[in-house]
Design a protein around this ligand. Structure first.
Ligand code: XUL
Ligand code: CO
Length: 440
């Protein structure tokens, strides 16, 4: 088989002192950390759309990156993409991948033709999975690119468009099961609105729930035993996306009885677009029992859209991995690099440098998060801060043994409570974090 990244070796782990740009400094896949191999703690995945398809096209200019892999015929291009994807995963020690239906095969003139092409590509991908021992983290359907989805898919005003999306999702579920995937993602591509003047919000949201229920029913009937995920995002492409943030999505899932089958796929750049930190979105998901999977990337503080940069901010990755460990680690989920090289980083080597940067940033984040927990100062500070809930009046409130009358009586007897208000010690804690991160 052709080698697509001929000048790239299998990337070794060389440790923090290495100057080799084609080596990992922090990601040592088989090293045991916290009782598990790093590759199992991190469960890195390649995003098929950015890495194999995205060519750098933006609003102001055409592509800068050739993703045809030396082929011209459409199916030959997609076969080469698949072979190149698995070669890359092998060289990078990335064990998983994620795809949309339209990433792995060119869309045909009809649904039937698209599905035939998908079947052919699915056969090839399954062979490559066996050859390289790679797993599918999750699959999904691209129900946002084709013009028929201009007003949404599951939330489209047209029932025919809803039906088309349902048919596409049926096939994407079959592909996910065939490739052994343990996850299926719904990212609300254009499930939102541009103006309320033309929008029946109630019907659109109920229809979305109808579609998700149909997906669960069908997937379970064909043997899918993994998790469904909704991936929150507040805006882009629409002015308002219904799956705004973790809290909004959780309340939608609970309202429609979808909470048993669905968890969240939290994306860093989507969190910041919603005006939250990445850690906040993960904390909401974990606290509510919806932590599932992660789309790893980062945005730009000065840019108001989804830039999908490879994550290199170690504060973010450390606090992310802290939440992951506190959530009990990944089960069916993992860390999918929903990230692309900058338009100007256009060579094949840039793809490799970008993955190394992102993987090392998360590996370092994992090491720091473990140290935060072993160090214990931050966790014990938090435990002490809430100590008043363990005994006395706090324990009574939690046990349901208090009411407004008893609490009034308590306070009338006690007098002012200002003496039980302690400092939040934010700067002290931030300095502890720095000392853990940068202990030289
Ligand atoms: C778009 C986005 C998607 C989803 C999958 O912002 O994040 O790529 O991850 O559809
Ligand atoms: Co994403």
């Amino acid at each position: 088989m052709k080698e697509y990244f001929a000048n790239i070796p299998k990337i070794p782990y060389e440790g923090p002192k290495s100057n080799n740009p084609l080596a990992f400094r922090y990601y040592n896949p088989d090293e045991i950390i916290g009782g598990k191999k790093m590759r199992e703690q991190l469960k890195f995945a390649l995003s098929y759309w950015h890495t194999m398809c995205g060519d750098g096209t933006d609003m102001f200019g055409r592509g800068t990156q050739d993703k045809t892999f030396g082929e011209t015929d459409p199916m030959a291009i997609y076969k080469a993409k698949a072979e190149a994807a698995f070669e890359l995963m092998d060289k990078l020690s990335v064990d998983y991948f994620c795809f949309h239906d339209r990433d792995i095969a060119p869309e045909g003139e009809t649904l039937a033709e698209s599905n035939e092409r998908l079947d052919e590509m699915c056969g090839l991908i399954r062979e490559l999975q066996k050859k390289y021992d790679k797993k599918l983290l999750w699959g999904t359907a691209n129900c946002f690119n084709n013009p028929r989805y201009m007003h949404g898919a599951g939330t489209a005003p047209s029932a025919d468009v809803f039906a088309f999306a349902a048919a596409q999702i049926k096939k994407a579920l079959e592909l996910t099961v065939a490739m052994g995937g343990k996850g299926y993602v719904f990212w609300g591509g254009r499930e939102g609105y541009e103006t309320l003047l033309n929008t029946d919000m109630g019907l659109e949201l109920d229809n979305m729930a109808r579609l998700l229920k149909m997906a669960v029913k069908y997937a379970r009937s064909i043997g899918f035993d993994g998790d469904f995920y909704i991936e929150p995002k507040p805006k882009e492409p629409t002015k308002h996306q219904y799956d705004f943030d973790s809290a909004t999505v959780i309340s939608f899932l609970r309202k429609h009885g979808l909470d048993k089958d669905f968890k969240l796929n939290v994306e860093a750049n989507h969190a910041t677009l919603a005006g939250h930190t990445f850690q906040h979105e993960l904390r909401v998901a974990r606290t509510e029992g919806f932590f599932g999977s992660i789309d790893a990337n980062q945005g730009d503080m000065l840019i108001g859209w989804d830039t999908d940069q490879f994550p290199t901010n170690v504060y973010e990755t450390a606090l992310c991995m802290y939440e992951v460990i506190k959530a009990g680690g990944f089960t069916n989920g993992g860390l999918n690099f929903d990230a692309k090289t900058r338009r100007g980083s256009y060579t094949p080597e840039d793809i490799v440098y970008s993955y190394i940067a992102g993987m090392d940033a998360f590996a370092l984040g994992l090491r720091i998060a473990m140290k935060m927990i072993e160090d214990g100062r931050i966790d014990s500070f938090v435990a002490d801060r809430y100590a008043s809930w363990k005994t006395g009046i706090g324990a009574d409130i939690i046990a349901g043994n208090a009411d407004l009358e008893s609490l009034e009586k308590y306070v009338l007897e006690k007098g002012d409570v200002i003496d039980s208000v302690t400092s939040g010690r934010q700067e002290y804690l931030e300095n502890i974090l720095n000392s853990i991160m940068f202990s030289l």
